[in-house]
Design a protein around this ligand. Structure first.
Ligand code: PA5
Length: 416
């Protein structure tokens, strides 16, 4: 699986601060979080039952289904987007994540939908979020109009809380295929429940490797999660208010999006656990290498020194040579005998060194390769790291009062 956290020149972050003391605390928090029955994401790597449930749900669908529409938002959508983007070669069936209520998009998707071959997976932990509920209403009505209600209901999979909420009630009353999200797993920590497992399996991605990687990371990755948490904590202490994720890998782009939500909702808090106003958290940004070297790097290198940088490089990638067709022209010469992998590595190293020359803190996650086990490990590592950072900062990483308030106001506006 192979993930190495390369600390590079970490002195910029740790000067004058007892890193060791924070790491010791972080280790205690790791154990405490794993043992806390109220925190469910740490149990998921061992929970094969959700694979079985997802498999049963797949088997109950009518034959010949080609497209799955995932109707969810935030933690109910971003994990699936991450998996689909990371493993395009495994996807034999289409999964469309609909995570916005933009009528142009909805109109286009409904127009192109093939009802006989389509399944709706409405996902909402609370069962009360207006976005997935409205999308479900629109997509279901479309299916029912074309196929009749009975056939439409056969093409619905509901993923929601085991007991509570309108979706659970609907699933039970109509006898729909349904999957459960454990009570102690919050939306943004739920990708290794049926929230992410079922759409992955529909597409053709084998989620067993994700769970294996997560399990191994839980067993062996304590030092890495703690180290990442301490770095995030120190970055914030030093007013580095922006965390830039720089994956040098297109397949990790939506991993970045998934992580930013995890990071933002878990650590961006008005008050700490003692009720004091702290306004904690860093703003996360995803920049994809090399593409964003040519859009954001100038600012990162020479603009405000308020950022910390986390690079992701992948050693083993498909070997695509750069053919020497034009190397009698001067600018092409440097490419002679090279492959795209080497070009990517050189660009990543060049960018890291150039940021370091301006005394900016740079860290690198070196991945041997990007397979299911590695992604599973990254998922567990970053969930754990985020939780530990929250504990170091003394904020609750598992609530999201700001999001809830916005949801309530929107509901009130709709009611008036
Ligand atoms: O992490 C979270 O809790 C949120 O991002 C939720 O996933 C998001 O608000 C959607 O909520 P729900 O799954 O209840 O519809």
């Amino acid at each position: 699986m192979g993930i190495t956290l390369n600390m590079r020149k970490m002195a910029y972050l740790t000067e004058g601060i007892t890193y060791r003391e924070l790491a010791r605390k972080g280790e205690l928090f790791f154990d405490r979080i794993c043992e806390d029955p109220a925190v469910g994401f740490t149990d998921l790597p061992e929970q094969l039952i959700y694979l079985d449930h997802s498999d049963e749900a797949l088997n109950r669908l009518p034959a010949g289904m080609e497209t799955l529409y995932v109707l969810g938002i935030g933690g109910s959508a971003l994990g699936t987007s991450m998996l689909l983007r990371a493993f395009p070669d495994s996807c034999r069936r289409r999964v469309v994540v609909v995570d916005n209520v933009d009528s142009d998009t909805i109109h286009r998707l409904l127009n192109e939908m093939e009802p006989e071959k389509s399944v709706l997976n409405v996902i909402s932990k609370s069962g009360s979020t207006v976005e997935p509920l409205s999308l479900f209403s629109a997509f279901f009505a479309h299916l029912a109009e074309k196929l009749g209600e009975k056939e439409a209901f056969r093409r619905v999979v509901v993923t929601t809380d085991i007991k509570k909420g309108a979706l659970r009630q609907l699933a039970e009353e109509k006898g729909l295929i349904s999957l459960s999200i454990p009570n102690n797993v919050g939306g943004r920590f739920s990708v290794l429940t049926p929230v992410g497992l079922f759409p992955a399996m529909f597409a053709g991605i084998d989620p067993v490797h994700l769970l294996l990687g997560a399990k191994r990371e839980k067993r062996e990755g304590r030092g890495r999660a703690v180290c990442g948490a301490v770095l995030d904590y120190l970055s914030q202490e030093q007013n580095r208010n922006i965390k830039v994720l720089f994956p040098y890998c297109d397949r990790l782009k939506t991993f970045g999006d998934w992580y930013l939500q995890l990071f933002a909702e878990s650590l961006g808090k008005l008050k700490n656990r003692r009720g004091m106003v702290v306004r904690s958290g860093q703003t996360g940004v995803v920049a994809v290498g090399v593409t964003d070297q040519h859009s954001q790097l100038q600012l990162y290198k020479e603009g405000p020194g308020d950022k910390s940088f986390f690079f992701f490089t992948v050693k083993e990638q498909k070997d695509v040579p750069i053919p020497a067709v034009f190397d009698n022209y001067s600018s092409f010469e440097v490419l002679r005998g090279k492959a795209f992998g080497e070009l990517m590595q050189a660009e990543a190293e060049g960018t890291m060194q150039s940021l370091e020359r301006n005394s900016l803190p740079v860290f690198e996650y070196q991945l041997e390769k990007l397979d299911g086990e590695t992604l599973g490990a990254l998922i567990f590592m970053f969930e754990m790291q985020t939780a530990i950072t929250g504990y170091l900062m003394n904020v609750n990483p598992f609530d999201q009062p700001g999001v809830e308030e916005g949801k309530l106001i929107a509901r009130k506006l709709l009611e008036s």
